[in-house]
Design a protein around this ligand. Structure first.
Ligand SMILES: Cc1cc2nc3c(=O)[nH]c(=O)nc-3n(C[C@H](O)[C@H](O)[C@H](O)COP(=O)(O)OP(=O)(O)OC[C@H]3O[C@@H](n4cnc5c(N)ncnc54)[C@H](O)[C@@H]3O)c2cc1C
Length: 428
């Protein structure tokens, strides 16, 4: 059986950040990186807009500004992003402020899904060049923390340090691993929302500020804006036994692809659960399954024109002169979001839409589409034993799945923070 100094699970930004952070300082380390997917996957390959400003993407329960800015500067130095200009945004800041809404000022870059794929190829080649082994299409199934052996669908692997960075899609897998290793965790926070799709001319702020982050009252915010060549996509969660459910998401191609004149972004509300239900994942799964039930096994889409009249959308709402663009995720079921989303959540989302329409007038055109649900599960909170996201001797849990990040750059930064911890431990 092979034994590695460091075994990393996941080739998303958290896993890559850990690998580069280690090899940069200690090139002789033996490192194996596994991913269950055939190509290095994760969010780097979806739209790939990167935010380089505190606190975007950094959960404040495990980061302070100084830690985040130190690691962000390392991420930026390594990835050398081209930061986009923002123009004419003063008017939006001013309007937002008057309504009690905050528009954050963020440094961003955008590669697009095609640009992200190119970046992944370069990074993987670079890692291999540095001597790391990368095994794609191999899934970690379990581990024996006492003997430091991980089991995959192909073999047993020995390690001195294990970094698990399985992303949001690996949320349940990580919980299984923590249960097996007796690591305490909480997952009582979840973001629930909708994805809004409209013509770019009805949300023109995106021409001047690629991914504007608005913070509304009631813990509601805009998230992950895509434009120019933008599409809504669907992610699958669960399985046939526990029940399948779906979350929508969005991405855009780089500026080299033809524009489709549409923009999409999420409006999310953060829900913090307390006793007796304290599992964000269980709550999200039930809401996701309820939406799938009402949508006949698909997410629901509804035109704003129908929503404000209290009517469900039908196929006809997706034709006709008033409804003047086609949905980019036409497989969704035209329906009634109000029958599926809890009232408290829906009220907060609709309130945010109305405020946003006063800041960027045009958004509430009848043809604007609301897709439901968009759910973000990134609030596993393992009980870490040090500031390097160490959960037990030789075991580090990082990235979105472990609740240490909510975006590409913060995930990379959390991988760097774990790498610093491993390097310290190796010195002893
Ligand atoms: C459609 C979409 C668009 C997004 N757009 C953006 C964006 O533009 N900007 C932004 O900042 N963030 C974006 N995000 C969020 C971003 O992807 C995440 O914040 C980021 O990728 C988290 O990094 P990670 O390394 O923690 O996890 P991931 O990037 O999800 O990587 C985890 C990896 O672990 C692998 N894995 C999981 N379980 C196992 C296992 N048991 N064995 C082996 N491998 C396993 C997975 O296959 C995956 O490749 C987007 C997410 C999605 C889904």
């Amino acid at each position: 059986m092979n034994k590695f100094d460091v075994l990393i699970i996941g080739t998303g930004p958290a896993g890559l950040g850990a690998a580069f952070g280690l090899l940069e300082k200690k090139p002789n380390l033996s490192i194996l990186i596994l991913d269950r997917n055939e190509v290095s996957s994760g969010g780097l390959r979806n739209d790939c807009k990167m935010n380089f400003s505190w606190p975007i993407g950094f959960p404040e329960v495990c980061w302070n500004r100084e830690q985040a800015e130190y690691q962000l500067s390392r991420v930026e130095e390594f990835l050398l992003p081209s930061i986009m200009d923002k123009k004419n945004v003063g008017v939006y800041f001013h309007r937002a402020e008057k309504l009690g809404v905050k528009l954050l000022e963020i440094r961003q870059s955008h590669l697009g899904t095609d640009g992200g794929l190119e970046l992944i190829k370069t990074l993987v080649a670079r890692l291999r060049g540095l001597g790391a082994e990368i095994s794609l299409g191999e899934t970690m199934l379990g581990f024996d923390p006492a003997r430091r052996i991980a089991t995959t669908d192909k073999r047993d692997i020995g390690y001195r340090n294990l970094v698990i960075a399985p992303g949001r899609g690996g949320f349940a897998f990580l919980q299984e691993m923590m249960n097996a290793a007796g690591i305490a965790y909480r997952d009582n926070i979840v973001d629930i929302g909708i994805r809004v799709e409209t013509k770019e001319e009805r949300y023109p702020i995106v021409k001047d500020y690629y991914d504007p982050k608005f913070l509304f009252p009631k813990k509601t915010r805009t998230f992950c804006t895509n434009s120019r060549s933008a599409y809504v996509v669907q992610e699958k969660y669960g399985d046939k036994e526990s029940g399948l459910w779906y979350s929508v998401n969005g991405h855009a191609w780089s500026s080299s692809r033809p524009e489709n004149g549409l923009t999409n972004f999420a409006i999310l509300k953060t829900v913090t659960l307390t006793a007796p239900l304290a599992s964000g994942q269980s709550y999200a799964r039930m809401l996701g399954m309820q939406a799938a039930l009402l949508g006949g096994g698909r997410p629901i889409m509804q035109r704003v024109g129908d929503f404000r009249l209290g009517k469900r959308s039908f196929a006809e709402s997706f034709t006709g002169d008033l409804y003047d663009f086609e949905p980019t995720l036409p497989s969704c079921t035209p329906g009634d979001i109000g029958l599926s989303a809890p009232a408290k959540i829906l009220n907060a989302l609709w309130n945010a839409m109305k405020l946003l329409d006063s800041i960027v007038p045009g958004l509430l055109h009848p043809s604007t589409i609301m897709y439901y649900p968009e759910i973000k599960l990134y609030a596993n909170r393992p009980a870490f034993i040090d500031e390097h996201f160490r959960a037990a001797e030789g075991l580090y849990l990082v990235g979105d799945g472990a609740g240490t990040s909510r975006g590409i750059t913060a995930a990379w930064a959390s991988g760097l923070r774990a790498a610093d911890g491993i390097l310290d431990a190796l010195k002893v």
